[in-house]
Design a protein around this ligand. Structure first.
Ligand code: MG
Length: 366
């Protein structure tokens, strides 16, 4: 099989809640998502998606994704999309870094591999584990009382894992964590995700003040060294996210006993091929994972579902269903949350069929 063309579509994805707020006063109201179609000489088309969490979260932004994909596209024409190792090597040789640019292309090639073999991506990644898996719900940064109320609402919808957006004023964050813990029931899971928002001394204060609460601390500070210091002073289970941008950081984190869980975002590490490599390494090393992406709609949610559903249950800490956060559905067959749980499609590839009328005309095609 050979790649004969590549099309890029741009989509606005507004939020049901209106806006999503996290540390540092950052917020997004409409997500700018990029969908990629890879066309081939035997008539199959593979689909991928990349949606950064604005420009202030990771070194990634939506227009950068589209520019980068356009930069790579001519070099991919004629390549075999089913040879995923070679496609990734080719992209890494042609463009240093910029993992998020490569993610949607890699995702589309996995879709093609599944379609060509007649197998769902989850089967190619190890096989569906059980009938479904548990999701977490991100709780946008608000007052402690509002966040606790939102948890109660999402709990009624079936979610049992809640990721509080903290990383603001430490006293308010302590109150947020306490208010959230007060409304939880036995078996619920609470995560306080600072998204790099605390200074080291603020993080140490918060971590110490919540010693008696059953809560996970996620990515308190900007740098790995600062996070490691906090980790060494807290008795709470610890999650690293933003600093885990590839397999090297997983290895260093394991060597330093720096975390109990990693947050594995598909586009942060460069696509499904690299995310699966890290997933398998984490399973072998006994590190649990939250499997997700920076954001996205139906295609990203499908990709998350295939990677998460093929992960051994005890190592899948949680996952995300971004398509239930946004108001626009643009693909048939996308996974749909039932209660607080999701499952990957059993159809070939990612199992999604984009609605061309919703996607509109491509912003780039080759
Ligand atoms: Mg996080």
């Amino acid at each position: 099989m050979k790649i004969t063309g590549l099309r890029i579509f741009q989509l606005d994805l507004p939020l049901h809640e209106g806006t999503y707020k996290w540390s540092g006063g950052n917020s997004v109201s409409v997500f700018d998502s990029t969908v990629v179609a890879i066309d081939t000489d035997d008539g199959l088309t593979g689909w991928g998606e990349i949606c950064p969490l604005g420009a202030a979260y990771l070194p990634a932004y939506a227009r950068g994704a589209r520019a980068g994909i356009q930069e790579l596209a001519p070099q991919l024409i004629g390549s075999n999309p089913l040879a995923l190792g070679q496609i990734n090597e080719q992209m890494d040789m042609a463009m240093r870094g910029h993992p998020y640019v490569k993610s949607a292309i890699d995702m589309a090639c996995w879709d093609l591999l599944g379609k060509a073999s007649g197998l769902p991506v989850a089967t190619l990644m190890g096989g569906h584990v059980g009938s479904d898996f548990a999701l977490y719900r991100a709780i946008s940064q608000e007052s402690p009382a509002k966040m606790a109320k939102k948890i109660e609402g999402y709990r009624r919808q079936g979610y049992r894992k809640f990721q509080l957006k903290v990383g603001g004023d430490p006293d308010t964050d302590i109150a947020r964590i306490r208010a959230a813990a007060d409304v939880l029931k036995r078996g619920d899971v609470l995560i306080a995700d600072a998204n790099t928002g605390w200074t080291q001394h603020a993080a140490l204060r918060v971590a110490d003040a919540v010693r008696d609460i059953d809560v996970y601390i996620e990515q308190p500070c900007t740098s790995y060294a600062q996070c490691l210091t906090v980790r060494r002073h807290t008795n709470r289970p610890f999650i690293l996210d933003e600093v885990v941008d590839g397999i090297d950081m997983v290895l260093q984190g394991v060597a330093d006993h720096a975390m109990d869980v990693v947050n594995l975002k598909i586009s942060k590490v460069g696509g499904l091929t690299k995310a699966r490599q890290i997933r398998d390494l984490c399973v072998s090393l006994g590190i649990a994972m939250t499997i997700e992406d920076t954001w996205g709609g139906d295609i990203v949610t499908a990709a998350i579902a295939h990677l998460a559903h093929s992960t051994p249950e005890r190592f899948l800490f949680s996952a995300t269903d971004f398509n239930s956060y946004v108001t626009v559905s643009f693909a048939d067959g996308a996974p749909i949350r039932k209660g607080g749980r999701l499952s990957a499609s059993s159809r070939p590839g990612l199992g999604v069929e984009p609605k061309m009328r919703t996607l509109g005309a491509p912003v780039f095609s080759l």
